[in-house]
Design a protein around this ligand. Structure first.
Ligand code: UD1
Length: 417
């Protein structure tokens, strides 16, 4: 597997366009299965996860073409209701196809996604949602078979937790069900709003996207449309932190600053100058980083769990002691032992990490434990003294398009070997 080799200590500067959002592109591509026609999805990042999604679409019988960052899907020829096991394993979020496949074909078979790098990934909320709309679910030896009992019928779905994926599956299934579906305690992430915007362009009738209660009036059929995926707020936060830890000056273009409302104040608390213009964010860190009192991950609009590992790196080199509480996933501090190898002082137990900032990190050979943990190690390498080798970069490829090229443009010394 490839590795990134980084010689740290260079100040990052310059400007960059932020890629399209992975977590928007995946459910939107899955949603095309519901559409009897041709959908053109722009700003679709080239990532191993989006490529896996395209493989699933083809395995279902869709015709898919990628030209640059535009993916065109024609789902008129959907002929299959089964996601192959190897593709379910390649990308656990492929469970987001469930609602779209059942909505289109009346049935779906897939294997349970099981545990993964960041902890157990149960799908009980997804299955609860599809059952509420009239789907019979049979779970047997890790295989899941879903079949519409009589007809798909709108209903009230009340989530005990605002799961992103389960909310997406509920919306997808409700879009062409008969009658009205109300989702209570829905996830409010911008990626949910983007999925709803896409479906609305296809003729779906959805209100309340981005709020805790979403109402969907089912329509008989969806038609094709053209849609541009929103920019990736987690990738944006990654580059901002790379700027912060290297004492840099970076401008990110093509961003949606409002999506980072829980992140930018923490960068300011750490002592960075952050300035926002309508679609751009500039970060400067002229005087060194200070501790952040508390970083607590929460569902949107709270601080995102996907940025937690990156803030662990940032607080590792900030003066003073910072506390991080991970509330979303049970096992999301796997980057901590790797940062400790680089000289960080962190005590992590259960859901809490206490980070005592050190003046400097030192280059070391480390291993990406997962997607965001891997990105956090690359960022650590950028500010460390000496050479850092980050192994297992396949994880990073799942979410970052042209990562090393972009960092090089910003003056980093990084190469992929
Ligand atoms: C999505 C994002 C991921 C992000 C996460 C939380 C995608 C492709 N991935 O993942 O990057 O970290 O949101 O913002 O969009 N849970 C259950 N039962 C379920 C479903 C979830 O207990 O049926 C639990 C999970 O174990 C986890 C928590 O709910 O502890 C959050 O999961 P969820 O919001 O569903 O995240 P994903 O959709 O998997």
């Amino acid at each position: 597997m490839s590795a990134y080799v980084i010689t740290g200590g260079r100040r990052l500067h310059g400007s960059l366009d932020v890629q399209g959002s992975k977590n928007s592109a995946l459910p939107i591509l899955a949603a095309t299965v519901l559409v009897n026609g041709r959908c053109v999805v722009h700003n679709c990042p080239k990532l191993s996860d989006t490529e896996c999604t395209i493989k699933i679409l083809r395995s279902l019988g869709c015709s898919v073409r990628r030209e640059g960052n535009t993916v065109t899907v024609d789902a008129t020829t959907v002929s299959c209701s089964h996601i192959p096991e190897e593709l379910m394993h390649e990308m656990r979020s492929s469970v987001v196809f469930l609602g779209a496949i059942v909505g289109r074909t009346g049935k779906a078979t897939l294997c349970a996604p099981g545990g993964c790098e960041i902890g157990l990934r149960p799908i009980d909320l997804h299955l609860y949602a599809v059952r509420r709309l009239g789907v019979e679910v049979d779970e047997c030896y890790g295989n899941i078979t879903c079949r519409v009992k009589n007809k798909l019928e709108g209903n009230k779905i009340t989530f005990s937790f605002p799961s992103v994926g389960a909310t997406e599956n509920a919306i997808l299934l409700a879009a062409t069900a008969t009658g009205t579906t109300t989702i209570v305690n829905a996830a409010r992430e911008p990626e949910i709003s983007d999925l709803c915007a896409f479906l609305t362009s296809c003729g779906a009738r959805i209100s309340g996207a981005g709020e805790s209660i979403i109402t969907i009036e089912g329509v008989e059929q969806l038609h094709g449309c053209e849609h541009r995926v929103i920019c990736d707020r987690i990738v944006a936060s990654t580059y901002l932190i790379a700027g912060a830890v290297t004492g840099g000056d970076i401008e990110l273009k093509n961003t949606e600053p409002v999506h980072l409302n829980a992140v930018l104040p923490l960068l300011e608390e750490a002592g960075c100058n952050v300035s926002v213009r309508c679609k751009s964010i500039r970060i400067k860190n002229p005087v060194g980083l200070k501790r952040i009192d508390k970083i607590i991950t929460q569902p949107y609009p709270g601080f995102p769990t996907d940025s937690q590992a990156l803030f662990t790196t940032l607080t590792s080199v900030a003066k003073g002691t910072s506390v991080i509480v991970e509330n979303i996933f049970e096992s999301r501090f796997k980057h901590v032992p790797e940062l400790i190898r680089m000289g960080a002082k962190i005590r992590a137990e259960g859901r809490v990490a206490v980070v005592d900032g050190v003046p400097k990190l030192y280059g070391a050979e480390v291993f990406s434990p997962d997607l965001r943990g891997g990105a956090a190690l690359v960022v650590a390498g950028l500010c460390a003294e000496g050479v850092t080798t980050v192994n297992n970069v396949g994880y990073i490829d799942r979410g970052y398009e042209d990562f090393s090229d972009n960092l090089s443009v910003l003056n980093a010394d990084i190469r992929r070997v």
